[in-house]
Design a protein around this ligand. Structure first.
Ligand SMILES: *[C@@H]1O[C@H](CO)[C@@H](O)[C@H](O)[C@H]1NC(C)=O
Ligand SMILES: *[C@@H]1O[C@H](CO)[C@@H](O)[C@H](O)[C@H]1NC(C)=O
Length: 446
């Protein structure tokens, strides 16, 4: 119901504000050429930005429509992450199945097979899966699937192998010796062949990279690109490339408004910042794919807002705590934590409040002064400047706090630090040393 209500809000905002708002979108032909990937560094682009490699159709028709779409998408992402965090929790009636594969927020380029076939992969820090839409897939919307038949190095993973045993719901049909597997979530299901081929990213080649070659997607449409799972589980890209990259990566996520293709995903220990503030990673043995950190408080301006300890506490048994996620766009806090932040922001701004597209703390006065918001982690503080805290409407007259509570009527236990709050920072995931680092880095113009 929460998602449906948000969609209702989304639609009305879209209708009210769509007229004229598209003027802010440049034509795709004015986008700068993509710089090459080099070393272990890949260019990252926003899937919904004006210069998305998924094409102009991926961009929302207006700024307000975009916001509303994102709020609805985040609500379903949050329920999905929450269902990952809490064992046995199922949101089938509420969450759509689209998060099974993930609609992308950020994408990178890669090449698969021999000779190499180009593809786009969604960067997902909360996922262990490696999915690629394959030729002949029924229900996959991609126009450029990977074609295993055209690759000399493609191998199906055989039934009975150790790898096959790790795949979810592995099945070996009578007419096939190849390992197949499937996933079902809400109204969607996926069937894939566990496969191996050479994956080239930037200047590196991952030989015998194991991935799910998608053969059938039903229910909510599968996205048009593959998935690069950067979680810590055994089949993730990160685990498969441990020998090359040492389970270490960092990214600087570009603003979705930027035309420049200048965010980066840096794989491996080379070139990572040496001096960077860090906080320990917390391990949830039930959910190895999520990057839990210990958020101990939030400051608005200079004031630490009153958040009950239970709203932030890490609990591997219930899945409660705080995760960093690249696939959620706007930070979501459990209800009491969000209320404390929102109330102090409203008090500080002191102007009449309105709402817009799923965001409840907006101001129509362009002159309002926003306080900085500081996320307090164990051993690290991250002060977010206005660009990470505030979203501005197309004409710059309305601005909103770029955070929200859990979807209506759903008692989630997760706080999710999302991409808007991470953009224009270098965020380091140093798994061997069990830490996450943050440093301000301007990787795109606003
Ligand atoms: C989180 O940090 C606080 C303050 O440093 C500490 O008291 C608490 O034990 C930490 N929690 C975990 C799960 O490490
Ligand atoms: C893109 O980057 C170039 C150089 O870094 C800069 O001159 C230009 O203004 C940027 N354009 C946009 C739209 O951000």
């Amino acid at each position: 119901m929460g998602v449906r209500m948000l969609c209702g809000v989304a639609l009305s905002v879209l209708l009210v504000l769509a007229a004229g708002a598209s003027a802010s979108h440049p034509s795709h032909s004015s986008c700068p050429a993509t710089p090459p990937d080099a070393g272990g560094t890949l260019q990252v682009s926003h899937a919904f930005g004006p210069c998305s490699p998924l094409g102009p159709s991926a961009a929302a028709p207006s700024w307000a429509g975009f916001l509303a779409d994102q709020a609805a998408r985040d609500a379903s992402r949050l329920l999905y992450l929450d269902s990952l965090a809490v064992r046995g929790r199922a949101y089938a009636p509420i969450a759509s199945g689209r998060q099974l594969l993930q609609t992308p927020t950020y994408v990178v380029r890669a090449r698969l097979g021999t000779p190499p076939q180009p593809l786009l992969l969604a960067v997902d820090t909360s996922n262990d899966a490696a999915w690629i839409p394959c030729a002949g897939c029924a229900g996959c919307p991609t126009s450029t699937p990977f074609n295993p038949a055209a690759s000399a190095s493609y191998r199906p993973v055989p039934c009975g192998s150790a790898l096959c045993a790790q795949a979810p719901n592995a099945a070996c049909p009578l007419d096939s010796k190849a390992c197949g597997f499937s996933l079902t979530y809400a109204d969607s299901s996926l069937v894939a062949a566990l496969s191996q081929d050479s994956l080239a990213v930037a200047n590196d080649v991952v030989k015998a990279y194991t991935f799910g070659c998608l053969q059938r997607a039903t229910g909510t449409a599968a996205p048009p690109q593959g998935l690069l799972g950067l979680g810590r589980g055994p089949l993730s890209f990160l685990s498969q490339t441990k020998d090359i990259y040492g389970a270490t990566f960092s990214y600087c996520l570009p603003s979705f408004k930027s035309m420049n293709f200048s965010g980066t995903l840096r794989l491996g220990r080379n070139g990572q910042p040496q001096r960077i503030k860090t906080t320990p990673l917390l391990a949830n043995p039930h959910r190895s794919s999520l990057y839990y950190v210990n958020m101990t408080g939030i400051r608005v301006g200079r004031k630490v807002v009153p958040i009950p300890a239970a709203a932030l506490a890490f609990d591997p048994a219930t899945g409660a705590g705080t995760v960093l996620d690249s696939g959620t766009m706007f930070t979501r806090l459990v209800a009491p934590a969000y209320a404390a932040v929102r109330d102090e922001v409203r008090r500080r701004v002191g102007a009449p409040v309105s709402s817009l597209g799923g965001f409840d703390t907006c101001f129509n006065d362009p002159a309002v002064k926003w306080p900085a918001v500081t996320l307090l982690f164990d051993g690290m503080q991250v002060t977010l400047p206005e660009e990470n805290v505030v979203i501005h409407s197309t004409y710059g007259t309305t601005s909103c706090l770029a955070m929200a509570a859990a979807p209506d009527g759903v008692n989630t236990v997760l706080n999710v630090i999302a991409s808007m709050q991470q953009q224009n920072h270098r965020v380091l995931f140093d798994v061997p040393n069990g830490r996450v680092g943050f440093a301000r880095e301007r990787c795109t113009a606003a």
